[in-house]
Design a protein around this ligand. Sequence first.
Ligand code: T6T
Length: 334
Amino acid sequence: MKKRVTTVFVLLLVALLATPIFAAGKAEEKPAEKKQLTFLFMPGVADPFYFTMEKGIKAKAQELGVNLIVAEYPKSWGPEAQVPILEATIQKGGIDALLIAPTSVDALKAPLKKIYDKGIEIITVDTFIGDGDYSKTGTDYGFPLAYIGSDNELGGKQIAEQMAKMLGEKGKVFVEATNPDVSSVQGRVKGFTAGVAEFPNMKLVGVEWCMDVQQTAMTQTLAALQKDKDIVGIFGVNVFSAQGAAQAVVNAGLAGAVKIALWDATLTNIDSLKKGTVDLVLAQKPGEIGSLGVEWMYKYLTQKATVPKKVIPGFEFFTKANVNDAAMQPFIYQ
Ligand code: T6T
């Protein structure tokens, strides 16, 4: 009997000792294939700013081996155009992460929360939902990993300061904006308004909203110039509002007499600067914004990196003096 117990004990001991070696043998097998990640880019509207952003996203996705899906570009700005495209693309499945420019601070909260609740991580690029502070708890917009985009308020304020310099810190100015519920546009108008207020002899006589339709921006700016002949400065807040406002000044025969500051370095706006009909163009860095979105999302999903809640690339100012400088060319939206 004693002999049998000893034999069983020895067999058990051998089995126990053999397990690690067996397991170790298995460890030499090929590690499990790394899952290829798929990111979806959802732009705000079909315009040179987002086309340039897409280039930055594509280049970084290729570098990191991420599969990229670019959603159909909305033909007009707004949730009614963007959300159906977004939801139809998500519905097809296979998306691990979303980079999106939300076209409304409020209307995109619920559609994005639905997507987040499916386990899809989100970074908002160029624009944000809520107040853009995703570090807050207890809000209905605290779920995106980060906002990556320009400091729009700072840009608006700096444009006001440069406008003041051009106008000798006096005179009436007008703003042609796009949609009141878009974070980027809100910031630019707020910053410009605060900037103008610092000059007692300058007056902001009006802000118009063209809903991102260039033709509307042109007619609204023309009407403002006809209503108030004393307007000496105009700020166009984004691609379509800026191009429309500049067109209006030229059509009114006021090129050179009215100072114009535009946001977004499209080929059209840069050409107007070269022709002398426009005085200042702010260039954002859409390619860098997109690239950073891919990079931070990748780091989060593959290394559980801590993603900063806000990542703010800078911007550049084109003037008549530097518009042909070699160093400035990369900032033109191509
Ligand atoms: O100015 C950009 C972008 O930053 C803004 O959020 C929306 O308008 C543009 O896309 C230009 O059309």
